[in-house]
Design a protein around this ligand. Structure first.
Ligand code: SAM
Length: 331
């Protein structure tokens, strides 16, 4: 793929790579390009260059094409048209959504994925997220089968259990976006913290401030605490419990609400905990055609609530999307 990159000498390669990861500028979907005297690091946009960095364009190999390489190991046939275009990788675990007509071939598909991706130890069929804890229904289709793993996200590390906790690598950019809005000293509430990716990235940005993180799933809470320690983040307070029961205290400057299927019933609670002029990052799964009406209904339902930005994070189905609504309270 032809894309923007930064050319650096071999001696600068590691420090440049770390810096670009730290600032979130590296394009993680592409491989580094090795050249005779250095490397070209793929980046997602314009970058403020340091001495010795040369902005350029180059042809990079896509990581997905390696993941997709498992297809070549499978017997030919029209049935391969039903294979998904991609699958999620969480550390050493691959999670793949398979249509029912592929279930009798699932072990062959899993074996091929393992063969084509040497860093993986297990492949699970992923039948989607459900229940209050938003846990994936997983079936082991190849490999050793442990469910604990570690993932990296913009310089942070998260331990998690793919079968007992929610985590989606597809939200990494979203979390970076939210963290980049955080100001030093803010008091932040993460109402649905999971294993902590929003909480910990926001806490890293809120030097001198605090993140209060709640989750109702005891496994998620245990990983949340472990992940705060793993990343040496000391300004996260972790609470096991229902966010609906959070008691009013000093109002929060920013509230994160990532429970797209059911978050609507917590908006009133969040408003009661928010400072005037504070922000709520609210995620909701809703009809694309109905998003304007949804914004109006929220503004009418809650006194002082104003939606200042609306953005579709990803499509959920042909008709529905997961939306990010940036809301504020002006009285
Ligand atoms: N924010 C995390 C992330 O991005 O990975 C997790 C998001 S996940 C969609 C929603 C989380 O909310 C789950 O971990 C679930 O256990 C938690 N949850 C659901 N209902 C809750 C409630 N009433 N109070 C606190 N946490 C809740």
């Amino acid at each position: 793929m032809y894309a923007r990159g930064i050319r650096v000498s071999l001696s600068q390669a590691e420090s440049a790579r770390r810096e670009l990861i730290r600032t979130g500028a590296i394009d993680t979907s592409l491989f580094l390009l090795r050249e005779e005297k250095g490397v070209v690091i793929p980046v997602t946009g314009l970058v403020a260059c340091r001495e010795g960095w040369e902005p350029c364009f180059a042809v990079f190999r896509e990581k997905r094409s390696v993941r997709g390489g498992y297809r070549e190991l499978l017997e030919p046939g029209d049935w391969k048209m039903s294979l998904p275009g991609s699958f999620d990788v969480l550390g050493t675990k691959a999670l793949i959504k398979l249509q029912p007509e592929l279930h009798d071939r699932q072990n062959g598909i899993g074996d091929a994925i393992l063969k084509a991706n040497g860093s993986l130890d297990s492949v699970f069929r992923d039948d989607g997220v459900s229940g209050e804890y938003r846990i994936r229904k997983l079936t082991l289709i190849a490999g050793t089968g442990g469910t604990e793993t570690s993932v990296s996200e913009y310089g942070l590390k998260f331990r998690l259990d793919v079968a007992k906790t929610f985590y989606s690598p597809r939200l990494a950019v979203e979390r970076k976006r939210v963290a980049s809005a955080v100001l030093p000293g803010e008091r932040i509430l993460d109402m649905f913290a999971g294993v902590g990716p929003f909480s910990i990235s926001a806490a890293r940005a809120a030097a001198g401030g605090t993140v209060t993180a709640f989750d109702i799933n005891p496994y998620a809470l245990s990983y949340l605490k472990e992940n705060a320690a793993l990343n040496r983040i000391v300004n996260v307070e972790c609470h096991l419990g229902d966010s609906m029961a959070i008691e009013q205290g000093v109002p929060f400057d920013r509230i994160i609400m990532n429970l797209p299927q059911d978050g609507g019933r917590f908006v009133g609670k969040a408003m009661s905990l928010l400072a005037n002029g504070g922000f709520i990052h609210y995620y909701e799964r809703t009809e694309q055609a109905g998003i304007a009406a949804r914004v109006s209904s929220l503004e009418e339902a809650f006194d002082g609530l104003r939606v200042v930005d609306v953005r579709m994070v990803k499509s959920y189905s042909p008709a529905e999307g997961i939306y990010h609504l940036l809301m504020t309270r002006d009285r």
